[in-house]
Design a protein around this ligand. Structure first.
Ligand SMILES: Nc1nc2c(c(=O)[nH]1)N[C@H]1C(S)=C(S)[C@@H](COP(=O)(O)O)O[C@H]1N2
Ligand SMILES: [Mo]
Length: 334
């Protein structure tokens, strides 16, 4: 498992067709509650702002939805396994620097982004968008990125420019961003409230925007990378590896692993965080019993929040934010 994910294996999630934009003609508008509205070309952005680099993990809020679907069906949503999470070295202008040039007014509370891709899945069809609070938008880690792993940002990941909001659900990292609006209220874009956790009994088609918990910072979670689901192994000492990600400005404090379905737990060796914005890898060698067994892992973050045990606790009608314990079934025989 790499600390940084190669571009050709970085996950992708698009709610509409990928737009192919002529970077020479493209302009970014910055407007709303600012003293000096801006219209910036790529040349302006790269020439007038210091280039900053942040290594950050991006995770879709729909990661691990497939497990939720097996617990109870979720029609019309993508059945993501645990792979909708990747890490890149992002480079670009700091959003804070661009907002400082525009001059935030006193009432500025939210910063909304609009992409270029029109999603037919939205009601009504509209470009993908979303917002983050002004306090996050003016933190130095939030980027307007034009490079990924030291290469030009690929079209599929948002070229010529995308937002990167480290520690927040992937949906707030708007690709192909063309407009940034500073406002008093959160974005009214369809996807701002589509990405929310509804009560289990809610009918997704009959809810108000305010019925759900609108998602922002990622909740503590972890994944077992090896061995894989259904692996056939020999009994005895086996290395178990994975990663954990705490979200927002939290870090992973501990990862517990059970070789026997939860009867006993041991603490994995956990990498120190490179920064608060990246996943942390862990590993442990455990003696596995003969026969079928379930390997479990659960992470704790620096606020002592721990992953919930069951799918039943976290199941929600759109299948977001499944951070229940990681589970991998293996069979050991000679
Ligand atoms: N303009 C635009 N931005 C977008 C999306 C999109 O469909 N359109 N998808 C979002 C979602 S849901 C996620 S998880 C991330 C995925 O980014 P990636 O495709 O670079 O991995 O982009 C976000 N930004
Ligand atoms: Mo997503």
């Amino acid at each position: 498992m790499h600390q940084v994910t190669p571009l050709d294996t970085f996950y992708g999630r698009n709610h509409g067709p990928i737009p192919h934009i002529d970077a020479a003609l493209w302009r970014l508008r910055v407007d709303g509650l600012v003293d000096r509205p801006l219209e910036l070309s790529m040349e302006d952005l790269q020439g007038r702002f210091r280039e900053r680099t942040v290594v950050a993990t991006l995770q879709c809020a729909g990661n691990r939805r497939a497990e939720l679907m097996r617990f109870r069906d979720i029609p019309g949503q993508v059945p993501w396994g645990p792979g909708a999470v990747s890490t890149a070295r992002w480079s670009g202008a700091s959003l804070a620097d661009v907002l400082a040039e525009a001059g935030l007014q006193a009432e500025a509370a939210h910063v909304a982004f609009i992409g270029t891709d029109v999603s037919q899945g939205a009601e009504p069809p509209q470009p993908f968008g979303g917002s983050i609070p002004a306090a996050k938008a003016t933190s130095s880690e939030v980027l307007l990125a034009w490079a990924m792993n030291d290469q030009a940002l690929p079209a599929a990941h948002g070229a010529p420019l995308r937002v990167v909001v480290p520690g927040w659900i992937g949906a707030r990292s708007v690709k192909w961003v063309q407009r940034i609006t500073v406002q008093t209220v959160p974005s009214e874009n369809y996807f701002q409230t589509e990405y929310s956790v509804l009560p289990a009994e809610a009918e997704p088609e009959q809810t108000e925007a305010t019925d759900g918990i609108t998602l922002g910072p990622i909740a503590i979670h972890c994944t077992i990378v090896r061995p894989g689901e259904g692996a056939r192994l020999h009994p005895g000492a086996t290395e178990i590896t994975g990663f954990a990600f705490a979200g927002d400005d939290r870090t992973v404090a501990r990862v517990d692993v059970s070789p026997d379905g939860g009867s006993s737990w041991v603490h994995a060796d956990l990498d120190a965080p490179e920064n608060p914005w990246t996943w942390q890898h862990w590993r442990i060698t455990l003696a596995l019993p003969a026969g079928a067994t379930e390997l479990l892992a659960r992470a704790w973050d620096s606020t002592a929040a721990v992953q919930p045990e069951s799918l039943a606790t976290v199941w929600n009608p759109r299948g977001y934010s499944n951070n229940s314990w990681a589970r991998v079934r293996v069979t050991c025989s000679h």
